[in-house]
Design a binder for this molecule. Sequence first.
Ligand SMILES: Nc1nc2c(ncn2[C@@H]2O[C@H](COP(=O)(O)OP(=O)(O)OP(=O)(O)O)[C@@H](O)[C@H]2O)c(=O)[nH]1
Ligand SMILES: [Mg+2]
Length: 303
Amino acid sequence: MSINWFPGHMHKARKEIAKTMDEVDVVIEVLDARLPQSSENPLVDSLRKGKPVIKLLNKADLADPALTEEWLAFFNAMDAVQALALDYQNKKLIKRLPELCRQLVPSRANAGRPVRAMIMGIPNVGKSTLINALLGKRIAKVGNQPAVTRSQQRFSLQGGMALSDTPGILWPKIEDPDSGYRLAASGAIRDTAIEFEDVALFAAGFLLRQYPDRIQERYRLAEVPAIAEELIDAIGRKRGCLRPGGVVDRHKASEILLNEMRSGKLGRISFETVAEWDEKRRQAALEEAERLAAEDEQQQDSK
Ligand SMILES: Nc1nc2c(ncn2[C@@H]2O[C@H](COP(=O)(O)OP(=O)(O)OP(=O)(O)O)[C@@H](O)[C@H]2O)c(=O)[nH]1
Ligand SMILES: [Mg+2]
């Protein structure tokens, strides 16, 4: 599935972020703890112009805690990156964020000047919810669908700090097919911009492989279905999503599975592991080396 969802407001947001980056001291990059690598927007790295970054693995309440620990170790081993796992109930950790930002730019904090932080990340990952938690008030608009925030907004925090909320942005072409499906399954892409039943099939296949017991328990299945299509049909039958003639309404059954997975009703789920991405990178490096060797050989031949 190729996803090309980069609507006008995201183009505009990207330009606005680039324009205001000179007035930012620290970037708070919000990732989805269930898919930390796939939700890492390559545009953030190019836009932040070397500014220090705090990577927040948000919605950690929905992710598999053991895998989140592995991801934290992975990000924290990077130069100039500080990673934390978070969720909107974790008031204690949220309260520590301003101090962490100040520590990253001591010269500004020591001079008594307000530290300016910009919150960036993919759509629907919880940026505006985090701003509201930091402000202690519901000022930024939040909603359980992508593209709620449409333009950049700046807020002042008590104790001398300026915070900008930005619209969630994706990047023009999501190359890795696994990442595309994971982003869609997590709710980062408008459901109208994806092949909804395809995404549910991806989720069903993934859940059958990684969390079969939970599926069996949640949908009270006598047996774990062998393939994704069978699971969607079984959910449809169990939940009465039937068309005349007893045919399963796959769209409705898909909706049930995706909504229940997204809201945590199937338990804490992570879509990807550090080891899997290490292997992806190793493969990509191998392919690149082979491509270069083939190019070299061709050049030698033509001499
Ligand atoms: N389970 C869980 N849900 C969260 C968390 N943080 C935010 N949410 C929910 O995620 C949804 C999206 O939150 P927003 O704060 O609007 O997300 P956003 O990143 O600002 O989204 P855009 O403005 O569309 O880019 C809302 O339904 C929030 O209640 C969290 O830590 N855990
Ligand atoms: Mg928002």
